[in-house]
Ligand binder design. Structure first.
Ligand SMILES: *Cc1c(COP(=O)(O)O)cnc(C)c1O
Length: 353
């Protein structure tokens, strides 16, 4: 594959690592590739990071044809740069594309693009443990007409943002509100696709929760508002009586790569992990009778995020004395250990850049 490179004249470099935060800074270049029906993907290029120009009728602006991915490039202590299960992101992006009638990518080419782009921006991968270069591949429909039809033109891009440690002040359990009014998606909808529209639909509940002092929303299923789905932009797991329970992938839940990795690590450690329908009534019963030992969210950004307080129908419940639990801590240590190269990768999840 021939990727054209146009070097940026800007000589911006990595800001101070302690001041990175998340999503504020961008590297000097971005990857762009165009699609046209009948022609396929063409003109792959790494170009200076800049505003893009869109036709005012562009599909994405009116009908929301947009999907994205999120993964990180990690730097080990001896300077090596690596990705964590990148093929899983590429495969998921294609499943999202299929759902949204956007064109799919050749998986091998997509990996080649990702690696070429990270190599080009390698100086932007920060050095300290917990920091990373966050990679954001995304795709949108880009037809220049208001007619509603299958996408004939699309654009695939990757941007990258150096990010600080998610847990600069230590792993603090978060406060979560169970949402019983708005729903994120329904079965048959777009819940399993990583698309911008799911986020737009989530914002109202998120804002309401935030006003009440809760950092995220725990979603219930869109049909009966009975079964636990996921929390904000993370999947969710509970430890009850020694068993780990996580909602089954019914189609309305995003199949997280961190979720999948947590299940593999937990089973490897000998824990019983069950993926099933898990109702909010069962959860509340376990909170009341003290059998709920730990609860945590899991996703690429935080790895794991312990849940310290849960609010449901105006009653607040405390989990594990608002401290991080033993299993949550173990998952954090093992996954971050593999990602930042402090621990052997016995699962074969690391890809060197
Ligand atoms: C991205 C995402 C997740 C987490 O997926 P990972 O692959 O683990 O990062 C969970 N839920 C939603 C809604 C997401 O968008």
């Amino acid at each position: 594959m021939d990727i054209k490179i146009i070097e940026s004249e800007k000589a911006m470099s990595l800001p101070k690592e302690s001041e990175l935060g998340f999503g504020h800074y961008f590297t000097n270049h971005m990857f762009v590739m165009d699609y046209e029906a009948g022609r396929g993907w063409y003109n792959p290029r790494i170009v200076p990071f800049a505003n893009i120009s869109l036709h005012p009728a562009s599909t994405v602006l009116h009908y929301g044809s947009e999907i994205f991915e999120g993964l990180k490039a990690y730097r080990t202590e001896d300077g090596e740069i690596r990705l964590f299960r990148p093929m899983e992101n590429i495969k998921r992006m294609n499943r999202s594309a299929e759902r949204m009638c956007l064109p799919t990518l050749d998986e091998g080419e997509a990996l080649e693009i990702l690696l070429a782009y990270v190599r080009h921006e390698a100086d932007w991968v920060p050095h300290s443990f917990g920091t990373s270069l966050y990679l954001r591949p995304y795709m949108f429909g880009n037809d220049e007409t208001l007619g509603v039809h299958t996408v004939g033109h699309a654009t695939f891009m990757i941007i990258a943002s150096p990010s600080g440690s998610y847990y600069k002040e230590g792993i603090n359990p978060v406060k979560i509100m169970i949402e019983s009014e708005d729903v994120r998606t329904v079965r048959g909808g777009t819940g399993y696709a990583k698309c911008g529209g799911n986020y737009a639909a989530s914002n109202r509940a998120g804002e309401r929760a935030s006003k009440k002092g809760y950092s995220q929303v725990l979603w219930l299923d869109g049909v009966e508002r009975k079964y636990i789905e996921e929390v904000g932009a993370m999947n969710v797991m509970f430890k009850i009586n020694g068993e780990i329970i996580t909602p089954a992938l019914t189609g309305s839940i995003l199949p997280g790569i961190t979720r999948n990795s947590c299940i593999a690590v937990l089973r490897d450690l000998g824990y019983k992990v069950t993926e099933r329908l898990f109702s909010v009534d069962e959860l509340i019963a376990a909170l009341k009778d003290g059998t709920l030992e730990e609860a945590w969210g899991c996703g690429t950004a935080a790895v794991v995020s312990p849940i310290g307080r849960l609010m449901y129908e105006d009653v607040e419940y405390v989990i594990n004395g608002e401290k991080i639990g033993e299993v949550t801590q173990k998952l954090y240590d093992i996954l971050t250990g593999i990602q930042w190269g402090k621990r052997e990768d016995s699962f074969g999840w690391i890809m060197k850049v």
